[in-house]
Design a protein around this ligand. Structure first.
Ligand SMILES: *Cc1c(COP(=O)(O)O)cnc(C)c1O
Length: 224
């Protein structure tokens, strides 16, 4: 089977899983980390309109031309750990900044890309590697980003490690914060826990392995 057919088949499967929990309208962000440009092209051909990227260098390599594949330029979401000094180069490529978790990133972004669409990444698990702003500090950060002129559209979070069910309390907390702050987007749920996330009110799931299979071994860790 061709890569395109494989990805298309997996996308239908993800859509069926979403439909099974009444999530037909939930947006699918195809997270392509570690996968070659063919995989992204296949996802776009299969109808993906939103692509998620984790690593600055990797995203810059997958150039604009590919992202404009077939004239259907996808929305590019940056979902990985972000360093302030990478923002300038990424500013012309990224449409939605999902991993803003501190003010100095917002300040730099407001300089390079005024009125950019951003989401605040919230810590749902206390696990260091997953980053995110502590929940208690989120209202102030959202307000400050707004004052900088950024367009804060919602919040993003990564579910706690463990069984999918163990991610539920964090997802419920994130949705509560989205509502309390009057935001519209709630980005939560990945391949393993998308059902739980949708049940708790996700508007956007970020799917990697569920679309592209397991990740190639070499990952650009040094690129963070
Ligand atoms: C890798 C990644 C995903 C996708 O994870 P899968 O389990 O492969 O679906 C989603 N969000 C972020 C922030 C990621 O780094």
């Amino acid at each position: 089977m061709t890569e395109a057919a494989l990805v298309a088949g997996r996308l239908s499967q993800v859509r069926r899983r979403l439909a099974a929990v009444n999530g037909e309208n939930v947006r699918i962000v195809a997270v392509t980390k570690g996968h070659a440009t063919d995989a992204i092209a296949a996802a776009i051909d299969a109808g993906c309109t939103d692509i998620g990227e984790n690593y600055a260098q990797e995203l810059l390599r997958k150039d604009r031309a590919l992202l404009a594949h077939c004239g259907n330029r996808p929305q590019v979401h940056f979902v990985g750990g972000l360093q302030r000094n990478k923002i300038r180069k990424l500013a012309s490529v990224v449409d939605v900044w999902q991993s803003i978790d501190r003010l100095n990133l917002g300040e730099e972004l407001a300089r390079r890309s005024p009125r950019a669409r951003v989401m605040v990444q919230v810590d749902l698990s206390g696990e260091q590697a997953k980053r995110g702003c502590p929940a208690a500090a989120v209202p102030d950060l959202v307000a400050q980003l707004g004052e900088l002129g950024l367009n804060v559209i919602g919040l993003m979070g990564i579910g706690a490690t463990g069984t999918p069910e163990q991610a539920r309390p964090g997802f419920a907390m994130l949705r509560g914060l989205v509502d309390r702050l009057g935001l519209s987007e709630c980005s939560m749920g990945m391949s393993a826990d998308l059902e739980i996330a949708v049940q708790e009110g996700s508007t956007m799931v970020r799917i990697g392995t569920g679309l592209f299979g397991s990740r190639p071994l070499e990952q650009q860790k040094s690129d963070r």
